[in-house]
Design a protein around this ligand. Structure first.
Ligand SMILES: [Zn+2]
Length: 221
């Protein structure tokens, strides 16, 4: 199954004073690597031991040198996005995301082609956030207030990966588009992943102003 993708194209929430943890830097080059057909899917011709995640999915290559060069806002670093999603780190500051009894804090966008309430089972490539980063991001960009909704998510699960989908073509498979694919789908062996996708299963809509007030009450001075 190809995942129905809720939300806007994946990007980093802008904060004028902070380079988001998951943003790329200009020094972090993205070598393409030669993709070949192997076994049931794709592989790198010169594949090393750390090119797949623990589900066996092949990942896009990228350098790791945050802080060097210029920040590239809106370009997501594949491996920091994956780490933030797996460890539930705030996508902006890289610290722990906010978790209360009501759940973990997420900001999700409305799908411009299908505006409407966020539905259980929708997936997102945005990692969660901490309260201060969520509040600042939304305040910095008033349009985000309309386009994003804050959720407290009680149950969620890594559902698959978003990336370049390949199809068989002799020894050298052809990339033919971007897609999100679940782990249960055999096409997962044909994806060159760039984002980990999280399925948000049980959640309640949260009000960020209320969240912020509650955060300030419990935060140490
Ligand atoms: Zn944060």
């Amino acid at each position: 199954m190809t995942l129905p993708e809720g939300g806007l194209p994946i990007g980093a929430f802008p904060r004028p004073d902070v380079v988001p943890y998951i943003a790329c830097w200009s020094s972090e080059h993205r070598p393409t690597g030669m993709v070949i057909a192997k076994g049931r899917g794709i592989a790198y011709a010169d594949e090393g031991p750390y090119e797949r995640d623990d589900m066996g999915v092949l990942w896009k290559r990228i350098g790791i040198s945050p802080g060097k060069g210029r920040p590239e806002f809106g370009k997501v670093h594949f491996l920091r996005q994956r780490r933030a999603m797996r460890k539930l780190l705030c996508q902006v500051c890289g610290g722990p995301s906010d978790r209360t009894r009501e759940g973990t804090l997420w900001l999700v966008g409305e799908d411009p082609s299908d505006p409407g309430p966020w539905k259980p089972g929708d997936v997102t490539g945005h990692p969660p956030l901490c309260v201060p980063c969520a509040v600042t991001a939304v305040r910095a960009c008033p349009h985000l207030r309309k386009r994003y909704v804050a959720l407290r998510v009680r149950s969620f699960a890594v559902a698959g990966a978003h990336g370049a989908l390949y199809r068989p073509h002799g020894l050298f498979p052809m990339a033919y588009g971007a897609a999100s694919v679940t782990y249960e789908d055999r096409q997962i062996d044909w994806i060159l992943a760039g984002q980990l996708m999280m399925e948000l299963q049980e959640f309640t809509v949260a009000d960020l102003d209320t969240e912020h007030a509650a955060y300030l009450r419990r935060a140490p001075l």
